[in-house]
Design a protein around this ligand. Structure first.
Ligand SMILES: [Zn+2]
Length: 477
């Protein structure tokens, strides 16, 4: 049984989907106004892994993640760079997709973009006005928070307290009440705008996630997720808009990931102390970055230091080596129960135990930190077996390898393993043959040296005899 912590109830709950075995999940994606940094990556990796785990548990996950392409921050960058908003959004969106692929993040079922849903958002706002939850004022439209009794339930605050803290433009005279938030904003000079029943303008930020999540997943979602910084006002506003319109609960479970800190400051673009993924991947493997992120539970803060990511790289390389070794010795045969040594039996038990321990760890609010502890212990045990066994049982090791595959599928590690593995082997074998051929040539054994060259050529490897050394390459076809 999976237990999941929801920000809404502030406790662990039993995970039960609305529709059996189907998870309808909306994750707030990035605003595309800059390069993907470690803060974005942490959130994306954490939720990608939870999604992978739910798939491992045989749920069908309908995962929707938006790209916010029309918002204050995108417009600001466009102004600074003196470019069109759409052009800026397109560019950063393509970088995001590139970096997401590098980090082995699974594609969402749908990646909706706000700019393509403006008409549907206008209809959504019209619905709220009709129901008396929103009002037009001087070309803007605001949500009337006092009409929605439960406003503040996600961020656990009362309307009065929200007022004391003050929201962005609490003093805006167009509002009836300072905590009311914009659904539609009147056109501003030099900014993109759309036609609407209330005049030219553009949508407020939060309406896009309410509209797109409900359009693709239905009125009630199983999971809604995002960074902790989105709890208020973004997710609070989403709940108010959606529940006011439908009268139904908007999302069953609210998941929020913790921050990434550098020197204990929250890492975000606005603070300037961020690490871009494209730079990070110049020095570290995607697996090391994933491992670094997942060694901490998704709700806890992570402190980024160079030492910590260096260590993650070492740990990742070691784990890879054991898995590589395991793959080398695994045979595609069934275990012959009558021919097992004590060490074989012991390893089979450890495989079963490790799988159970892993599932128990992950079932507890997706505790990847404990999950990794299981993986590391397990890799030590497999490594011990490979070194100690008098005779390595390929069928038993194949079972061990299957469990490694399960771990890899959940954590999204070493995805291109098979291509790496085969290229690595090809390289070693070709090098060996090239060396042998060199020996034959020294002995002037032209028959053997030509035979090797011709056979390699047939296999698609061409050799080029240079005065200094023999170069080889795989032929195009
Ligand atoms: Zn959102």
């Amino acid at each position: 049984m999976i237990k999941i912590y929801s920000t809404l109830t502030r406790q662990l709950e039993e995970f039960k989907t609305i529709e059996p075995s189907v998870v309808k999940w909306y994750n707030c994606g990035p605003t595309v106004n800059g390069l993907m940094h470690l803060g974005h990556a942490r959130s994306a990796i954490a939720f990608d892994t939870i999604r992978r785990y739910l798939e491992y548990k045989e749920y069908k996950v309908e995962y929707v993640m938006n790209f916010t392409d029309i918002e204050d921050r995108v417009i600001e960058v466009a102004k600074q760079e003196q470019r069109a908003v759409l052009e800026v959004a397109e560019e950063y969106l393509s970088y995001f997709r590139r970096d997401m692929a590098s980090l082995n993040l699974k594609e969402a079922t749908v990646h909706p973009r706000a700019m393509l849903h403006i008409n549907q958002m206008i209809e959504f706002i019209e619905g709220l006005i009709e129901k008396g939850y929103a009002y037009e004022s001087g070309g803007d439209v605001y949500f009337d928070v006092r009409k929605f009794d439960e406003y503040g339930k996600l961020s656990n605050q009362k309307i009065d307290n929200i007022l004391q803290e003050g929201t962005e433009d609490a003093k805006n005279p167009k509002k009836r009440f300072p905590a009311d938030f914009a659904l539609w904003k009147e056109k501003k000079e030099g900014e993109p705008y759309w036609f609407s029943p209330w005049g030219d303008g553009r949508v407020g930020w939060s309406i896009e996630c309410s509209q797109m999540s409900m359009m693709y997943l239905g009125d009630t979602l199983d999971i809604h997720s995002g960074g902790q910084d989105l709890i208020f006002p973004h997710h609070e506003n989403e709940i108010a808009q959606s529940e006011a319109l439908t009268g139904k609960p908007f999302a069953k479970y609210w998941l929020h990931n913790g921050y990434v800190n550098i020197d204990k400051e929250k890492m975000s673009k606005s603070l300037g102390n961020f690490v871009n993924i494209v730079d990070l991947l110049q020095h570290y493997s995607p697996d090391a970055v994933r491992l670094f992120v997942l060694q901490t539970h998704y709700r806890s803060p992570i402190t980024f230091t160079e030492d910590a990511i260096d260590q993650a790289q070492i740990t990742s390389d070691r784990l890879f080596d054991v898995i590589l070794l395991t793959k080398n010795y695994a045979t595609d045969t069934t275990v012959d129960e009558s021919a097992l040594s004590d060490l074989d039996k012991d390893l089979l038990e450890k495989i079963t135990k490790a799988r159970e321990d892993f599932v128990n760890a992950m079932d507890e609010d997706f505790n990847t930190s404990n999950g990794f502890a299981v993986v590391f212990d397990y890799s030590r045990e497999v490594n011990d077996y490979l070194r100690k066994a008098d005779k390595i049982n390929g069928a038993v090791i194949n079972k061990a390898d299957e469990l490694f595959d399960e771990f890899r599928s959940v954590f999204g590690l070493y995805e291109d393993f098979n291509s790496y593995l085969s290229m690595d082997l090809v390289e070693k074998l070709v090098k060996l043959l090239v060396e042998l051929r060199g020996e034959y040539r020294k002995e002037k054994n032209w028959e053997m040296s030509d035979k090797i060259r011709d056979e390699l050529k047939q296999a698609g490897v061409t050799l080029e005899d240079n005065p200094k050394r023999i170069l080889w390459k795989l032929s195009e076809n």
